[in-house]
Design a protein around this ligand. Structure first.
Ligand SMILES: Nc1ncnc2c1ncn2[C@@H]1O[C@H](COP(=O)(O)OP(=O)(O)O)[C@@H](O)[C@H]1O
Ligand SMILES: [Mg+2]
Length: 327
């Protein structure tokens, strides 16, 4: 099958005012097939949001894409002109972020905010847009779409706000949705509901989905494949059952040992839980020769500090960057 999205050797760094270069992604490669859900898993600071923003060219001004290619529906987004990017962003690729309240305008009614997304990308009459807006809101609020359309964001719960953002993300019939920690600000029950909504919409509209999270259980029933990001590198990628069920990279292994089965807890508990893997991720501004996980790895060998482990194919669909395998 031909990939919908193909990312090759992507390098992104943040440049400080003093010109200091801090790499955030180094040589990230993967693809997403039509209709496929790819989970991106990694602890805080691993580069997940940088990846999401780079894919749609929405990185902040102090970020620099140093190298790579991002092929999406036949064009390289790293070389596309601004006009072409605008047609892709929000239309062919829908975006959903962690904090729905920040993404909605506080003083504009929900219906208008959804309708504005349509207006930005499609030439249609106001009446047609109004119809389409209600239809979209019904996808995510089957019972009370018109009441929601007339509401202001503050009248909605976090879960309802996230549903609005999802309606906006699917408004123009995208082929890909990128969701960056879409449930991290929600309580566990609402998280389940939002995940269920993604599952339903994905089937109904044959969407590909990149679902980004720090929380492995969230991917278990939803992702076809999982990419594990550690300190800006892909350390493991493969089918979800294999990566989560029998993780091969010591980092993935440690990550799976450290998470309780279940969805997100409130943010204050999250930090303490992530310290279950002893040590800290390396400072990428400091040049290093070896494996990024070396200092925290219980399986480390001499060569791990000396050079970087290449990706080793465990099977046609499962790759791991670790000296324990291959060679
Ligand atoms: N706007 C920014 N300016 C400078 N550094 C940033 C910025 N955003 C992220 N970073 C750095 O890039 C790295 C990756 O961050 P991020 O992509 O946000 O990770 P994640 O989403 O996995 O938590 C971190 O070291 C972070 O401090
Ligand atoms: Mg993030």
């Amino acid at each position: 099958m031909i990939s919908l999205l193909q990312v090759q050797d992507l390098h992104v760094a943040y440049i400080s005012g003093a010109g200091k270069v801090s790499p955030a992604l180094e040589g990230v490669s993967f693809d997403v097939l039509p209709g496929e859900t790819l989970g991106v898993l990694g602890e805080s600071g691993s580069g997940k949001s940088t990846l999401a923003l780079a894919l749609v060219r929405l990185l902040p001004g102090n970020a620099e894409i140093q190298k790579g290619a991002i092929q999406f529906e036949g064009q390289d987004l790293l070389r596309a002109r601004p006009r072409a990017l605008e047609r892709v962003r929000g239309a062919r690729i829908g975006l959903v972020f962690q904090e729905p309240s920040l993404a909605l305008h506080p003083t504009i009614r929900i219906g208008k905010q959804v309708s504005d997304v349509l207006a930005a990308h499609e030439a249609a009459s106001r009446a047609a847009r109004h119809q389409k807006t209600l239809q979209l809101l019904r996808e995510v609020f089957p019972a009370d779409a018109s009441r929601i359309a007339d509401s202001y964001p503050h009248q909605l719960s976090g879960g309802q706000q996230q549903r609005v953002l999802i309606a906006q993300a699917i408004a123009c019939g995208p082929s890909l949705i990128i969701a960056d920690e879409p449930t991290a600000s929600l309580d566990p029950t609402t998280q389940q509901e939002i995940l269920e909504l993604f599952r339903m919409l994905r089937e109904k509209f044959n969407l590909s989905l990149i679902l980004i999270t720090h929380n492995p259980p969230l991917l278990a029933g939803l992702a076809d494949r999982v990419l594990v990001l550690y300190a800006g590198k892909v350390v493991e990628i493969g089918p979800t059952e294999q990566v989560l069920g029998s993780p091969q990279h010591p980092y993935t292994h440690a990550l799976m040992q450290s998470v309780p089965p279940g969805l997100d807890e409130p943010a204050k508990d999250r930090k303490s839980r992530l310290r279950v893997i002893p040590g800290e991720a390396p400072n990428l501004a400091v040049l290093m020769n070896g494996c990024r996980f070396e200092s925290r790895c219980t399986d480390r060998m001499e060569q791990c500090a000396e050079r970087e482990p290449p990706a080793v194919a465990m099977s046609e669909v499962h790759a791991v960057s670790c000296f324990k395998y291959g060679e």
